[in-house]
Design a protein around this ligand. Structure first.
Ligand code: NAD
Length: 506
């Protein structure tokens, strides 16, 4: 069976994956996906799905759960190991598709695919662990233990900025725990999602265990969130949509895992290695065109090194080459869409009106080389006050706000002074300050002498406050989203023993 339905004149048409088959939406409606670096490049045409498609997928996943949950976890994991091999074999082609699909440079899309490989291997390993506890009972001839059990059908809703890594963070732990999945990828990156599901199919995932539905967020999302048959929702995306997801999922008491926006900070102290800090701010601020939840969109700099840092940072940012991510000479790709670039332009206006000093960039890029894409200059505002909107709100673009501070304590207060709490970092040579910052920044991730991006798959990933609702993905923490504890007591005494009461019998 092929994922391509027709190769019609206006591009390849891709299908949904429901109950083990690649099928069109009942709507008959389609949407286009185009390259944000070159809108003349049509990636493909995808299904604009409806409630009916979603209900079919949920039903398939519900039926498949009955047998998948009973497949021994090490056997489930064998399929995932095969999938990891297949992703690794196809890494280069998958990365190229992804660069065409959402714009980030090839090195970064290779990293995205590598993260899916790493996560799949790591979670497949969990198939032989999924550790619970055995503890001594307080009573004689009694055995006490806890085991993880799956929950059922999981809805997986993902954003476009990590089109393969983030789906893998959710789908693979869900599967190894014995759940089934209905996956709704971002409208802007359906091809990478399809390729991932296609690989799971080739690796031997049984019919109905993984289902993929493409389409508009609200239309596909609502029936997933309201269904009584869906027991878990794992969502990564904006804080505004995350709030809606939580509200819609509440009446049916689903387990809701939310990973949302960020306004991450790099703090540069007066004893920092400034060259290292400049490198970190370039990568943290402009990597993925600033479109990472962990992007370093705020840099707080001690006044004693403020001018020296700013001069070097601006000089390096001005030298960044912006262009098509497939070109090896490109440092920074386009915004993912026209709407995203407009948001960037609006925030540049807001920053100027707020009185921040524009010291680098600030304009969309046109001209012959950039006319067909959504390019924008790397942009730096200096002398930013922490209360300004550009220092408070997630922009999700290549805009960095540099904020002066007078002390370590002030840097920490500014760092914590936003509604989000995903990632933070400090550049310092002072181990005491580094440990104090590790303790005092209320974020889910912290770095010392490295930027705010660079998480590895085997530690928990997620944020506090408006970034998350207390869950974590990645590491073994992800298993807590996709499993529930069952505590089991086996009494082999042959008589009634009452916990907390019959304790005199030592
Ligand atoms: P988004 O919130 O617009 O969309 C996320 C997903 O939700 C998409 O699949 C979308 O189609 C779907 N969706 C939209 N409306 C919906 C609805 N009413 N019901 C159900 N689903 C709906 O976010 P985006 O623009 O795709 O991604 C960017 C955002 O994601 C940024 O805020 C970024 O910080 C965040 N993000 C967070 C993390 C993290 O781990 N914390 C990681 C990556 C991205």
């Amino acid at each position: 069976m092929t994922i391509m339905a027709e190769n019609i004149s206006h591009g390849t048409v891709y299908h949904n994956f429901i109950d083990g088959s690649w099928v069109p939406s009942v709507s008959g409606d389609l949407f286009e996906n185009r390259n944000p670096a070159n809108t003349g490049d049509l990636i493909g045409v995808f299904q604009k799905s409806t409630r009916q498609d979603v209900e079919r997928a949920i039903d398939a996943a519900r039926r498949a759960y009955a047998s998948w949950r009973l497949v021994p976890a090490p056997r489930r994991a064998e399929i995932l190991f095969r999938a990891a091999h297949l992703i690794a074999d196809r890494k280069e082609a998958l990365a190229r598709d992804m660069t065409r699909e959402m714009g980030k440079v090839l090195d970064e899309t290779r990293g995205d695919v590598q993260e899916a490989i790493d996560m799949t291997y790591f979670m497949a390993g969990e198939g032989r662990r999924l550790y619970g506890q055995t503890v001594p009972s307080e009573l004689r001839d009694k055995f006490a233990m806890s085991v993880r059990q799956p929950l059922g059908v999981c809805a997986v809703i993902t954003p476009w900025n990590f089109p393969m890594a983030i789906p893998s963070w959710k789908i693979v732990p869900a599967l190894v725990c014995g759940n089934t999945v209905v996956f709704k990828p971002a409208t802007l990156t359906p091809l990478s999602a399809l390729s991932f599901v296609k690989i799971l199919e080739e690796a031997g995932i049984p019919q109905g265990v993984v289902n993929l539905i493409t389409g508009v967020g609200g239309e596909v999302g609502e029936p997933l969130l309201s269904s009584d048959d869906v027991r878990v929702v794992s969502f990564t995306g904006s804080t505004a949509v995350g709030r809606t997801v939580a509200q819609q999922a509440a009446p049916s008491f689903k387990k809701v895992h939310l990973e949302m926006g960020g306004k991450n900070v790099i703090m540069i102290m007066d004893d920092a290695n400034l060259d290292l800090a400049v490198e970190g701010c370039l990568w943290g601020g402009f990597g993925t065109t600033g479109q990472r939840c962990t992007a370093a969109s705020r840099v707080v700099v001690h006044e004693r090194v403020y001018r020296a840092f700013l001069d070097r940072f601006v000089a390096r940012a001005k030298a960044l080459r912006v262009g098509d991510g497939l070109d090896p000479a490109t440092h920074m790709g386009p915004s993912v869409s026209d709407a995203q670039r407009k948001t960037v332009m609006e925030y540049v206006d807001i920053g100027l009106k707020e009185g921040a000093t524009l010291v680098c960039g600030g304009h969309p890029l046109g001209g012959e080389s950039h006319a067909k894409g959504f390019f924008h200059e790397p942009t730096i505002f200096a002398d930013v006050d922490p209360s300004m909107r550009i220092a408070q709100e997630e922009i999700f673009g290549p805009v960095v706000s540099v904020i002066p501070c007078r002390s370590f304590d002030e840097a920490v207060a500014i760092g914590n002074g936003v509604t989000y709490g995903l990632s933070a970092s400090i550049y310092t040579q002072d181990v005491n300050r580094a440990f104090a910052a590790m303790r005092d920044l209320y974020t889910g991730i912290f770095y010392v002498n490295a930027p705010t991006i660079g998480a590895e798959v085997h530690l928990p990933f997620g944020g506090t406050k408006a970034t998350g609702n207390g869950h974590r993905e990645a590491g073994t923490a992800a298993l807590d989203v996709f499993s529930e504890w069952k505590s089991i007591y086996v009494d082999f005494s042959g008589r009634l023993q009452r916990a907390q009461i019959d304790t005199a019998d030592l």
